[in-house]
Design a protein around this ligand. Sequence first.
Ligand code: SF4
Length: 417
Amino acid sequence: MPIPMWRRWFGSKPSAPTLHKNRAAIRVGIPKVLNIWSTHQFWLGFLTALGIRPSNIVFSSDTSEEQYREFGKGWGTVDCCYPVKSISGHYGELLFGQKVKIDLLLSPMIYSLPSFLQGHVIDTLSCPRVMAAPENIKSGFLKERDTFAATGVHYVSPLVSLGEPQLVPGQLYKALRDVLGLDKQETARAVAQGYASLEAFNRKMRAHAREILTWCAREQHPCLLMLGRPYHMDPGIGHEIDVDLQAHGYPVLWIQYFPCDADVLEWLFGAELRAGQIRSPFDISDVWSSSYSSNTNEILWGAKVATRCPWITCVVHLSSYECGMDQPTYTPVQKIVEASGTLYFKFGDLDATKPAGGVKIRVQTIVHYLRKYSQTLIARKLAWLPGPCPLLTASEDSSPQRVEADSGIPARTAVAG
Ligand code: SF4
């Protein structure tokens, strides 16, 4: 449930003091954590539109145990989620691990997220722990003294409702006006540029995912769908399970960048749409009524896509240890995915250490089942789908549906034959 009080508390923090520097020379450090993994292009577009040089925008490294040991130890605060705890290492790296010192540490408190499901779900909020994480981690750096002041770094942590673009210029102006010497109009223009950059990046990633899916369709080759939160793409949080699987020759798609083209969605969801079972291809109310959380909504939608899409023969569901947001999704996601026989595997206790031996055995198990069942699953799901595959041209597509479309002979007859 949204808690409006947070917006009042955190949204009213004063702007940081002024940086007496030419904007082009200001170096900005951004911890590459949590929902920065899905919004980094917004921040790049926004800051460069304000005149900050791209080479002066520094993201911290991927999460790692070494990063925490070297830069995070001693600054920790209490949180049960490793994706949050690990942020101390990112802050420490930005403060103490740069060859050229940063001037500003920008760690946004992202209250809500832009999502392709917006308008089809109740809301697109961040996990509350994710939203409040910068305040939590900051306190570790203020325990004994103000470490930001001691290192000469301005700390700015604007509360920002990226899921409600009309609010964002005001929120970022309020938080950054003094530190960067902003005016309202240029802030609004920079925010628009941020959204344009994010949209362009997402479009490019989806186009690439469509190419992968098209290759799978042409070759009748199975692929995997990763269901997880954006920060499970961080090798130190998701432990590169996707990379290990891909090394066995199975392309990997992430739900955040699944191609949302109208022809693909019509192919997968058109029949249910016309039957009135769903309101749009992005509707998840048939499986998840409490659709407030952006990343959770996308995971549920991903399960629906996976169970329908022929070449996705396996879903790998990633979740961090004791994640309270993910726990209610385990059973519904598994049931949805397995409804069509699609393989489902969950790595549900990801924490700081990669259990390399256990992951290796599980990856080999997944690969075994992929080899054994993928072709049956592809054929079964193709036979269920209504029309010719939109990913293939007529000459590439020899599916029963294409035969039906081209010859007028009903598909089921063609399958039986
Ligand atoms: S692991 Fe789960 S509870 Fe923890 S921050 Fe992430 S989504 Fe929130």
